[in-house]
Write a new protein. Structure first.
Length: 229
C-alpha cells in the first residue's frame, strides 16, 4: 500500500485557497479513481482506500490544520505499518509559478509549515513529495495572507494544470517510481505571468464566473464533507 497525503486546512473558510491545493489534488484523485473519503477521528483525517494503477492506495487529507499535519501522518503510517518511503506528500509551493510542479525524493521543508511538522514527527525528510506551484506573493503581502487567499480568476487555468499534473505525477510514482516522475515533470519553470493586481486577501472572495477545475475536478469540488460525522 502507498499513502498519498494532500496538505491543507479543514473547513469551508479555507476551501479553494492556495494553501489547500494539496486537498484539491486528493479530491481529484478520489473522483478519477472512485475513492470515497471518510472522516476518521482516530487519526484526525479524511481517509479513503482504493486502487490506482492496480495497486492499493490510501488517500489522506489531515484535519489537524496545516501546522500540525505531521501528527495525523505519523499515526496513519504507524497504524498501516507504512514507512515514510511508502507515502507521497502533496503541498503548495510559493517558489513555483501557478501550474508548475516539482517532484522530489527527499529534501527539506523549505519553510512550508505542514512539511516542517511532518519531518519533525517522522524524524526524517527521506520521503517522496510533489510541490505544487501557487505563485509568489506580492511584495506588500505577508506570506500567511497570501497562501490563505484564493486564486485570481486569470490564474485558474494554470491552477487547473497544476492540480492535474500533480495527480498524474502521483499516479506515475505509484506505477514506475519517483525517478520516472521526476524525469517527466521536473521541466524548466514556466515564466511567471504579470499580475495586474494582488490576490484577494479574504478567503471568502471566490471567483465569480469560472468555478470548476476540469470536468472531474468540478465534481470533486462539489463533494461536501461533514467534518462532524
Amino acid at each position: 500500500m502507498q499513502a498519498i497525503i494532500g496538505l491543507g486546512n479543514p473547513g469551508s473558510k479555507y476551501k479553494g485557497t492556495r494553501h489547500n491545493i494539496g486537498f484539491e489534488t486528493i479530491d481529484k484523485l478520489c473522483y478519477d479513481h472512485n475513492i470515497t473519503l471518510k472522516n476518521n477521528q482516530r487519526f484526525r483525517a479524511f481517509i479513503g482506500e482504493g486502487r490506482i494503477a492496480g495497486k492499493p492506495v490510501l488517500l489522506v487529507q489531515p484535519m489537524t490544520y496545516m501546522n500540525l499535519s505531521g501528527e495525523a501522518v505519523r499515526k496513519i503510517l504507524n497504524f498501516y505499518k507504512l514507512t515514510p518511503l511508502e507515502m507521497i506528500v502533496l503541498y503548495d509551493d510559493v517558489n513555483l509559478p501557478v501550474g508548475d510542479i516539482r517532484v522530489r525524493e527527499r529534501g527539506s521543508a523549505a519553510g512550508q509549515k505542514g512539511m516542517i511538522n511532518i519531518i519533525a514527527q517522522l524524524k526524517t525528510d527521506e520521503f517522496p513529495r510533489i510541490r505544487i506551484g501557487v505563485g509568489s506573493k506580492p511584495p506588500s503581502w505577508t506570506l500567511s495572507n497570501y497562501v490563505l487567499s484564493r486564486f485570481l480568476k486569470e490564474e485558474w487555468d494554470d491552477m487547473i494544470q497544476g492540480v492535474t499534473k500533480a495527480g498524474d505525477a502521483a499516479e506515475l510514482i505509484i506505477k514506475e517510481g519517483t525517478i520516472s516522475a521526476m524525469n517527466k515533470y521536473n521541466k524548466k519553470m514556466t515564466p511567471p505571468k504579470q499580475k495586474e493586481k494582488p490576490p484577494q486577501n479574504e478567503a471568502e472572495n471566490k471567483p465569480k464566473q469560472k468555478t470548476t477545475i476540469l470536468q472531474s475536478i468540478k465534481a470533486a469540488f462539489s463533494l461536501e464533507k461533514d467534518e462532524n460525522q
